[in-house]
Design a protein around this ligand. Structure first.
Ligand SMILES: Nc1nc2c(ncn2[C@@H]2O[C@H](COP(=O)(O)OP(=O)(O)O)[C@@H](O)[C@H]2O)c(=O)[nH]1
Ligand SMILES: [Mg+2]
Length: 250
């Protein structure tokens, strides 16, 4: 295996907690910042002690400048520490930010490639795939960088959006098919808009007592399906990364 195609070493913070990095990749306006924000809101409801940091760096028009970042944890050891911390980053999607994207991608353990299902965004999606293939194609091909493809905006009318099947065409047009081998099973169709609305509705419910436990945390069974889909790639990647981490420790 090539040196640059091996799994990133997982570092630990000053308290010895392993820290992993997951990056949302994709063209501008695809919904990366929205997906990260939904993750943050859900985590704040379900597991608030494990929300460490949330930062959005936007220009005055709301476009991401440099990156957005959220730091979260999972579980709690007897010492009161999380068993793992994960940093979620989004890249700035605008074409002129290629340099920043490269920096943000550095050291990633997992990748979520956000594809904008809006038909008119074909070229932007294609360019974004070409770029990630150029930067990380070897790692994606070898499995060293586990990934999911998040096909967003599935709420759009069917005639103005692409389907998962057409993502295959997008992959072959961008020359990424060979590297994104298992892509077909790694596509998750989502609507961040529906997820955001469902979260809002949930929170505006008059009687909150039935949806929260004794400590005021949202019970997992009340997680809306639309939100679950948005969170799924992060949760699945963390599981895959933990397996890699255990292999590194052997
Ligand atoms: N219709 C629709 N619009 C969405 C969805 N997700 C995000 N958007 C909108 O797309 C625009 C760009 O979203 P943003 O998260 O800032 O994209 P980013 O540039 O990838 O970070 C915003 O106006 C969002 O409200 C979705 O699932 N469906
Ligand atoms: Mg953004």
């Amino acid at each position: 295996m090539q040196a640059d195609a091996s799994f990133e070493v997982i570092k630990r913070d000053h308290q010895g907690v392993p820290v992993v990095k997951i990056v949302f990749w994709g063209p501008t306006l695809a919904g990366k910042t929205t997906a990260l924000t939904i993750t943050k809101v859900l985590k704040s409801l379900e597991d608030p002690e494990n929300v460490y940091k949330f930062l959005k760096l936007e220009d005055p028009t709301g476009r991401t400048l440099f990156f957005d970042q959220g730091i979260f944890g999972i579980g709690k050891t007897t010492a009161g520490l999380p068993i793992l911390k994960y940093h979620l980053f989004t890249v700035p999607g605008q074409e002129r930010h290629a340099g920043q994207r490269k920096v943000v991608l550095r050291g990633a353990h997992g990748l979520i490639v956000v594809v904008d299902s809006e038909k008119s965004r074909w070229e932007e999606n294609k360019n974004s795939l070409i770029e990630i293939n150029h930067l990380a194609g070897d790692k994606l091909a070898s499995g060293a960088l586990p990934y999911f493809i998040m096909l967003n905006k599935m709420d759009l009318p069917i005639e103005s959006r692409i389907s998962s099947i057409e993502v295959g065409k997008l992959l072959s047009e961008s020359g990424t098919t060979a590297n994104l081998r298992d892509a077909a099973v790694r596509i998750i169709e989502v609507s961040c808009l529906d997820a955001r609305d469902d979260l809002k509705n949930l929170l505006s419910k008059g009687n909150r007592t039935e949806i929260v436990d004794n400590s005021g945390k949202l019970k997992k069974e009340f997680r809306p399906q639309s939100v679950n889909r948005v969170i799924k790639p992060v949760e699945s990647l963390i599981r895959e990364i933990i397996i890699q981490m255990m292999k590194q420790q052997q």
